[in-house]
Design a protein around this ligand. Structure first.
Ligand code: ASP
Length: 314
């Protein structure tokens, strides 16, 4: 019998305690992933998730989050949500209370307010500084004011892709947390502020079930970080689960999905973390400049363990 466990991305390490404690006390995988993700969202030192997250082009944090239940294949996701401290809990409410899977922008905010979710300002001195530096760097010749004309000019300049590759692609991040509880139920959670200075309304892979997040009790769980556009195009998380369904190991499935990303022949990196119901864990990245790692913590462990994953070459 596999012991309950939780795993997460590099930035989730110290916060897995909360989820492991939950699992130790007989809590559900959904409770465990939500608890650990909330702590990452509250960490002001993490500038890609929750409080102090990276702002969009207007200097505002627009958050994406998703949560999935591997037993029911139910999911809740929110995109481009502003002013709520815990997007992952709003996503959980969507999963449990809404007749929908995905809510975005004003609608998601209205729903979150109706559910009594915690509101708050996500900007900090750090995130304001990040915005000021980016703006100075990217828009030297533009006048940034309250009107939206500058953004129209910017969009018309047709340099958006070049700019995105040069600036935004280097400033992003996401947290992935996935767990299996004592009943063998699996859950997966993803939360992010997305890419730096994203165009307002841009959704990444994180709130898209099948792209940045997927789990199924029968086969395992897979979540992604990296340039979301690539995971959306390849349905990366769902594809990894499909590869495992077809008989590949977690490691082989992650490897193949990263090869699929390379096959897009597009600028930008992708990373994934994966586990199967036997408790085999792996992480993989298309990047060559960084080691792939993930954190693992079984419910009876005293501290999380850092595990090395695989770097997948084109
Ligand atoms: N996947 C996230 C997004 O595209 C960003 C990241 O993980 O770096 O919004």
């Amino acid at each position: 019998m596999v012991k309950p466990f939780i795993m997460g991305t590099r930035n989730a390490g110290q916060f897995l305690y909360a989820g492991a404690e939950n699992l130790r006390d007989g809590g559900s995988a959904l409770d465990a992933v939500e608890a650990a993700t909330r702590l990452v969202e509250s960490n002001p030192d993490d500038t890609s998730v929750g409080l102090s997250g990276i702002p969009n082009l207007f200097g505002v944090q627009e958050m994406d989050a998703s949560i999935m239940c591997g037993r029911t294949l139910g999911a809740g996701t929110v995109g481009a949500v502003k002013g709520f401290l815990h997007p992952i809990s709003v996503a959980r409410k969507v999963l449990e209370e809404a007749p929908h899977v995905m809510l975005v922008a004003e609608g998601a905010e209205l729903f979150a307010r109706a559910m009594g979710m915690e509101e708050g300002d996500l900007s900090t001195d750090t995130s304001r500084k990040v915005y000021e530096t980016f703006v100075k760097d990217a828009f030297e010749h533009e006048e940034i004011d309250e009107s939206q004309q500058w953004i129209v000019n910017y969009a018309r300049s047709q340099n958006m892709r070049e700019w995105y590759d040069r600036l935004a692609d280097h400033h992003h991040g996401t947290v992935n947390v996935m767990a299996m509880d004592e009943n063998g139920d699996i859950a997966s959670a993803v939360s992010t502020s997305g890419t730096a200075l994203k165009f307002p309304g841009r959704l990444g892979d994180s709130p898209i079930i099948g792209a940045g997040n997927y789990c199924d009790n029968r086969y395992g769980a897979a979540c992604c970080t990296g340039r979301g556009e690539l995971a959306i195009r390849n349905s990366t998380a769902r594809t990894i689960i499909h590869y495992m369904e077809d008989g590949l190991s977690a490691r082989e499935a992650a490897f193949r999905a990263m090869k699929d990303i390379h096959a897009l022949k597009t600028y930008g990196g992708m990373n994934c973390i994966v586990f199967d119901p036997k408790g085999n864990t792996v992480s993989a990245t298309t990047r060559e400049d960084r080691e792939s790692v993930h954190w693992y913590m079984a419910s009876d462990m005293k501290e999380p363990e850092l595990r090395t994953g695989i770097n997948v070459k084109p």
